[in-house]
Design a binder for this molecule. Structure first.
Ligand SMILES: [Fe+2]
Length: 252
């Protein structure tokens, strides 16, 4: 069986993405799959799209990728400001070159889900692939939601979207990677694995997050990258709110 990596929520952070791709090359994975949100928040959406096209066998549509095409009406003001800026950068005009058109077409045609053997891959949730957040607090405060989410798939389901890695099981438990000693051995029961975020982690660990999957074993990886460099680019860019830089060093 192949050894593949799953990455998600790159959010235009080329420094994080480059560091993760270098790590995955050292880890000798056969394939890389991406759960979306290639754009938004960070300073380098074009370079991130190019690297994803080059390195990922498959990319799923995230809510920021969708908002690039259809508008960010339901986004908070910070997320909306950056995605609208991204649209001005990326949308091909009448005389756009081939590379620009290809990037736009790539995001426009992303699928919303994918089945990979026993696993379903979506950005958010099996019952609402692009938009729904499965939060760790839902197991306590909205258990019926989690039960219904589990009724919408078989086997394993890989998600991103919350930027908070960990594993949900059908007995209404959530365990983060440190509680799992950074690996989860799939026992055949239904489970939802959140792979975390490459470009904007929100679990308090600022290192880029992703997973490697091999023979039912999911390994959670964290990778250091040059956070100061991304922050500098954001602070120098009047189109991106400073908050998008400040949060990177605390992973929130
Ligand atoms: Fe995201």
């Amino acid at each position: 069986m192949s050894r593949f990596a799953i990455i998600s929520d790159l959010h235009s952070n080329i420094e994080a993405l480059t560091a993760v791709l270098a790590r995955l090359s050292r880890e000798k994975v056969d394939r890389i799959l991406c759960l979306g949100d290639v754009v938004g928040y960070g300073p380098d959406p074009e370079r991130c799209i190019d690297l994803v096209v080059e390195n990922c066998e498959l990319t799923i549509c995230g809510n920021h990728d969708e908002a690039l095409m259809r508008g960010a009406h339901d986004f908070n003001p910070v997320a909306r400001q950056v995605i609208e800026y991204n649209r001005r950068m990326l949308k091909p005009g009448f005389i756009a070159g081939a590379a620009k058109r290809a990037r736009w077409r790539f995001i426009e045609n992303l699928p919303v889900s994918h089945r990979e053997g026993d696993a379903l891959l979506v950005h958010g949730s099996p019952r609402d692939p692009v938009h729904e957040y499965i939060m760790k607090t839902d197991v306590i405060f909205i258990p019926d939601k989690i039960r219904d989410v589990f009724a919408h798939f078989e086997g394993l389901c890989f998600v991103g979207h919350t930027h908070f890695p960990g594993v949900f099981t059908e007995d209404l438990r959530f365990r983060d990677p440190s509680q799992l000693d950074y690996h989860y051995e799939w026992d055949g029961e239904k489970a939802i694995v959140n792979v975390g975020s490459v470009g904007q982690p929100r679990d308090g660990d600022p290192r880029a997050s992703c997973v490697i999957v091999e023979d039912g074993l999911v390994r959670f990886l964290r990778t250091d990258y040059d956070i100061a460099m991304v922050q500098k680019k954001i602070y120098e860019n009047p189109n991106i709110p400073d908050l998008c830089a400040a949060r990177l060093e605390i992973g929130k």
